[in-house]
Write a protein that binds this ligand. Structure first.
Ligand SMILES: N[C@@H](CCC(=O)N[C@@H](CS)C(=O)NCC(=O)O)C(=O)O
Length: 200
């Protein structure tokens, strides 16, 4: 199978980390949505990365859908199968997805010409990030994993989202969220996260 995407997209990184953690063989093809090769827009009508192309030619898109598909393929599931652990993992995944969406929207606004930028749009997205950080700090719990017994999708998704804040909306969120900062330090050296970190 082939994964199309960029080195900096947090959605792509999450899928790459997931593939690595599950030990699923794949080819990673670096291609941005607007690249001349045109594979992304050909395979995903929404023109977004990541796109996963199966060997039978079927294309999957939107990172949660790709992850759901990959989790059923081989190895121990990274999404708890039932119960509160499953719902908690899905909620962490949704929170992480929302952080990435807010940081991307903010980034796009800051990249417009200064006279076109709307400070209200930027403030609104920063408010979402701040709210998500507060929620994460309050719901972390005491264990090293966020949901279920083992390192899984919740941990991958949140770690990727927090490091995406550092990449694209760098600010000192750590002093106000010490437990979250400690948690990230604890998981950041996990091989699937180290291997997929965006180049600096
Ligand atoms: N909900 C999507 C979001 C994917 C997404 O927005 N990817 C960005 C890159 S970070 C993209 O391809 N943007 C191009 C565009 O929106 O045209 C997912 O989780 O896969």
């Amino acid at each position: 199978m082939k994964l199309y995407g960029t080195l900096t997209s947090p959605y792509v990184r999450k899928v790459r980390a997931f593939l690595h953690e599950k030990g699923i063989a794949h080819e990673f093809i670096i291609e941005a949505p607007g690249d001349a090769a045109g594979n992304v827009s050909r395979l995903n009508p929404l023109g977004k990365v990541p796109v996963l192309l199966r060997d039978d030619g079927e294309a999957l898109f939107d990172s949660p859908v790709i992850i759901d598909y990959l989790d059923g393929l081989q190895g121990a599931p990274l999404m708890p199968p039932v119960g509160d652990a499953r719902f908690h993992a899905q909620r962490w995944h949704a929170l992480a997805q929302g952080i990435c969406d807010a940081v991307v929207t903010r980034l796009m606004e800051t990249r417009r010409r200064p006279e076109l930028q709307d400070p209200a749009v930027i403030a609104k997205q920063e408010g979402k990030v701040a709210g998500a950080l507060r929620f994460a700090e309050a719901h972390l719990g005491n264990g090293s994993t966020l949901a279920g017994e083992r390192f899984g999708i919740a941990d991958i998704a949140l770690a990727v989202a927090l490091e995406y804040i550092d990449l694209r909306h760098p600010h000192d969120w750590r002093s106000g969220h010490p437990a979250l900062a400690r948690w990230l330090t604890g998981v950041a050296e996990h091989p699937c996260l180290k291997k997929t970190r965006a180049p600096t």
